[in-house]
Design a binder for this molecule. Structure first.
Ligand code: HMG
Length: 417
């Protein structure tokens, strides 16, 4: 049975900051943010935008642009680590806003940046069990990544949502569910206590945790692939991929991950100055870097980051990659990780033309670092009952769904659909 992605799109908040301006304001060489981390711009959510409004905007766009019948959806999963309530899931708000059928399962999933991948795994198994009976699953990744001003994590913030329709009509990407590889281990690399709006990270340790999880998950993928195809484990399975996608907390992390991947394939450590390092860089430039342009302009959107990179690939390279396998690596701090793969569908190139990432990003407005700092301060209050900071007129934001603050302990949303 075939299963995969039938439709994909994304939403970002109204505002962004320029990373050179942020670096200058912090007294840091801009080359560190732009070249050292690979980030050029960073999306920032105002107090009128939360993970409900971002998820709903992405979901609405998906339904409208791909002409999807809401009644065909019988499962909606929102992956997030930016919950708006300890009990009520984002999915119930989104279910209402998208006018989905009541004959639908709706829930939220959390495991740091892995949440949406967990949603996809659930949707894939549901469809492959044949209990979906032709119905589809809507999986939305929605997050606001925040470490706070003047922290090492600050240049690796971002905000956005990616919506994907998973079905037995994988018009964009067909999954290869027989070959997944996963890995879990309890590590304190990144976390956000319930009393804090901002995440804490042991930054350099988190990079090592990510790379270790990558090696372990890829090793399991190779075992599964080899046993299915009767090949020995020394086979360079990685050469079957025409492109490699990674979880992207910042662009340079994908380069580090791809170096690890190359080292595993070649069975040796590669260092700058070695001829192998130059060929690794060449390979990175052709199989990975072209898919990181959106991540460089949006920032870390946590669980949606891998799928933003997938959108980038489908939009730019569907024609060239039609019929070819691509790899995907999802990492959620804490940690759990998955290495999986899919085949780009020949129909993708015509279908994805419906959506322009440039148009989505062009609708954003650049704000000054002073305004961004004010926005961070006021956003910290936005979830308190009767806080008066989420007035769209104060922030000059508009959109199909906006957060208006919490009144009488209930979150209020405006809808102009
Ligand atoms: P830092 O310590 O400020 O930066 O924090 P650094 O000193 O490591 O420098 C960064 C890079 O810039 C280095 O490149 C420097 O050499 C370079 P590298 O050596 O690594 O290739 N650099 C320069 N380049 C050009 N010109 C210069 C210059 N100066 C330095 N003048 C860190 C960086 C990523 C640790 C920090 O931003 C952080 O803590 N971020 C948050 C944690 C994170 O993103 N971790 C990633 C792995 S964990 C993960 O992906 C999960 C996550 O998404 C959460 C989830 O799962 O929910 C985070």
């Amino acid at each position: 049975m075939r299963v995969g992605i039938e439709a994909i799109t994304f939403a970002v908040p109204k505002f962004y900051v320029d990373m050179t301006e942020l670096a200058e304001r912090r007294g840091i060489d801009p080359a560190k943010f732009v070249h050292g981390l690979g980030q050029v711009e960073m999306s920032v959510a105002s107090p009128c935008e939360d993970t409900v409004t971002l998820a709903a905007s992405a979901g609405l766009k998906l339904i409208q642009k791909y002409n999807i019948d809401p009644n065909s959806i019988s499962l909606i999963v929102v992956g997030t680590e930016t919950a708006v309530d300890h009990s009520k899931p984002i999915s119930s708000h989104v279910h209402e806003i998208l006018n989905l059928s009541s004959k639908c399962r709706a829930f939220e999933v959390k495991h740091a940046c892995y949440g949406a991948t967990a949603g996809i795994a659930i949707a894939t198994d549901w469809i492959m069990s044949r209990r979906a009976k032709g119905k589809k699953a809507l999986v939305i990744a929605s997050d606001i990544a925040r470490y706070g001003a003047n922290t090492p994590g600050e240049p690796t913030q971002g905000a956005g949502a990616v919506a994907m329709l998973i079905s037995d009509e994988p018009k964009l990407l067909e999954f290869e569910p027989n070959y997944q590889g996963y890995f879990s281990s309890q590590v304190m690399d990144f976390w956000r206590p319930t009393y804090s709006k901002e995440a804490f990270a042991d930054g350099h340790f988190s990079i090592q945790c990510y790379l270790n999880a990558f090696a372990e998950a890829y090793s399991m993928y190779k075992e599964n692939f080899s046993s299915e195809h009767g090949e020995d484990l020394q086979t360079k399975i990685g050469s079957r991929f025409a492109a490699d996608l990674y979880h992207v907390p910042f662009v340079k992390m994908a380069q580090k991950a791809h170096q690890k991947f190359t080292e595993i394939e070649q069975g040796k450590v590669i260092e700058k100055g070695m001829p192998e390092y130059d060929s690794f860089l060449q390979d990175f430039s052709s199989r990975v870097a072209p898919n990181l342009k959106l991540n460089a302009r949006v920032g870390n959107i946590y669980t949606g980051s891998l799928y933003l990179s997938l959108f980038n690939l489908l939009e730019a390279k569907s024609e060239e990659l039609a019929g070819k396998a691509i790899s995907m690596f999802s990492y959620g701090s804490g940690c759990t990780a998955e290495f999986f793969s899919g085949i780009v569908m020949p129909s993708a190139k015509d279908i994805i033309k419906n959506i322009s990432s440039e148009e989505i990003l062009r609708s954003r407005i650049k704000i000054s670092i002073e305004r961004y700092e004010r926005l961070l301060r006021e956003s910290a209050l936005a979830d308190y009952n009767d806080a008066d900071v989420s007035n769209p007129d104060h922030w000059d934001v508009s959109g199909p769904v906006l957060y208006l603050g919490t009144k009488d302990h209930r979150r209020q949303y405006s809808m102009s659909i």
